[in-house]
Design a binder for this molecule. Structure first.
Ligand code: FAD
Length: 404
């Protein structure tokens, strides 16, 4: 294998090429990304960076020299326009670049509001890239009225930063409650109360009918389906993402909620692999796709090893985090399919964890300001160990005694 081409210079693409070198691959590597920046971390975009507490430099995943030292041909501001697996070529406009192995790490793109309901008005933003934040930041001023459409983690994080920066914030959630898709009512309740304490207005079961602008095309009002009208100066849309499958789909690769890969990370085309947010993979008898940094890194590491012949199936160890105001949420496992939630008060003020069970099986834990519960839960879930729910609910029982 003389040349590995990676499309997408995000979290997964960057991890993959670093791992290839760590594992001793000495051939040529080309890492192609259509953003202007060298690979950087996205999580701070809705947290410390948006709050102005993290320099741009510190967003970078690696210093510039890292890529040259490891002989990675990093091409930024470069968009791959087509892949031709039968010819082992990628196209960058008129340029054709040959490969021996191709890795698609194209990530996901935020869903936008349709233009027909005002999604194309000025001051309506999505939050995925540094460029998004650069567009958004000048409008992010104290006293302005921000509407966040979508009460998922990114929307709530943006709401928290905005409220802390002195904006008036309303969050609109169409479902009956915030975090509906990703967390239990208990966790949602905790974050609803946190936001309320900081003056964020959360409207649940409230659908947007349309955004309206002024003569200059700048957003001014939001009309809700129930007839309410909100005055707004800017809007952040956090209604989810779609995996970036266009290149793969156009080349006829199998798509199933993302670019479908097997346990090793191989797509349906020979010598084409995929990892990170763009890829769906088999897990526990079903096919899943995860949108998180730990998954991007671990999936990329596995694919790198498999490119070199390891034949190692990918076994995700899902975890995630979210920072809102002074609160840190850490999540271990995947809660999908839970039938009850056990609450466990933590050792210090405000700390609590929510344990998701399906029958007697522990699936996931949301730990709020409770790093100990998170660490213990991770160990249990990774070991497939389910502690007695009654013991978990009793704060007098030390979690250490419940470890496998
Ligand atoms: P990406 O990082 O999206 O990288 C894909 C790259 O490929 C992009 O740069 C894209 O522009 C490029 N690309 C796509 N198509 C082409 C093409 N044709 N040619 C060239 N380049 C192309 N995860 C957590 O675990 N914890 C968090 O707290 C958290 N917070 C987040 C906050 C925000 C605001 C956002 C946006 C994400 C957050 N995430 C968080 C999710 C996490 O950032 C993603 O899961 C992770 O970045 C996925 O990595 P990836 O490499 O698969 O995709």
């Amino acid at each position: 294998m003389e040349h590995v081409v990676v499309v997408g210079a995000g979290q997964a693409g960057a991890a993959l090429v670093a791992k290839l070198r760590d594992l001793g691959y000495t051939g040529r590597i080309t890492l192609i990304g259509d953003e202007a920046s060298a690979p950087y971390q996205r999580p701070p975009l809705s947290k410390a960076y948006l709050l102005g507490k993290l320099d741009r430099e510190r967003l970078l995943l690696r210093p510039e020299a890292f890529w040259t030292d490891r002989r990675v041909d990093l091409r930024v501001s470069t968009r791959v326009t087509a892949i031709r697996p039968a010819e082992r070529v990628v196209e960058i406009g008129d340029e054709r670049l040959g490969y021996d192995a191709l890795v698609l790490a194209t990530g996901a793109r935020p869903l936008a509001l349709p233009a027909a309901i005002g999604g194309d008005l000025r001051n309506v933003f999505t939050l995925r890239t540094l460029a998004d934040v650069d567009r958004f930041e000048p409008e992010f001023r104290p006293g302005r009225r921000l509407l966040v459409v979508g009460g998922g983690y990114i929307g709530l994080e943006a709401a928290a930063v905005a409220a802390a920066s002195g904006l008036h914030v309303t969050v609109l959630e169409r479902a009956e409650r915030i975090l509906q898709r990703v967390a239990s009512p208990q966790t949602a309740g905790h974050f609803r109360a946190l936001h309320a304490r900081h003056g964020v207005e959360i409207l649940e079961g409230a659908a947007l009918d349309r955004l309206e602008g002024d003569d200059a095309g700048t957003v001014r009002r939001a009309r809700l389906a129930d007839g309410r009208v909100l005055d707004v100066d800017l809007v952040v849309v956090g209604i989810g993402v779609a995996p970036a499958t266009d290149l793969a789909a156009a080349a006829g690769l199998a798509i199933d909620n993302g670019i479908a890969v097997d346990a090793l990370g191989r797509t349906s085309a020979p010598d084409v692999w995929a990892c990170g947010d763009c890829a769906s993979f088999p897990h526990d008898g079903r096919r899943i796709r995860l949108e998180s940094v730990p998954n991007a890194i671990d999936h990329a590491d596995t694919v790198a090893a498999n490119l070199l012949g390891a034949e190692k199936p990918y076994v995700p160890k899902p975890w995630f985090w979210s920072d809102q105001f002074e609160t840190k949420l850490q999540i271990a496992g995947l809660g999908t399919g839970y039938d009850r939630v056990v609450a466990r008060p933590g050792g210090k003020e405000g700390a609590v964890s929510f344990w998701y069970y399906a029958g007697d099986r522990l699936l996931a834990v949301d730990a709020v300001d409770d790093a100990r519960a998170f660490m213990a839960a991770r160990r249990m879930i990774e070991a497939g160990h389910s502690p007695d729910p009654a013991a978990v609910a009793d704060p007098a029982v030390d979690l250490k005694t419940l470890l496998p």
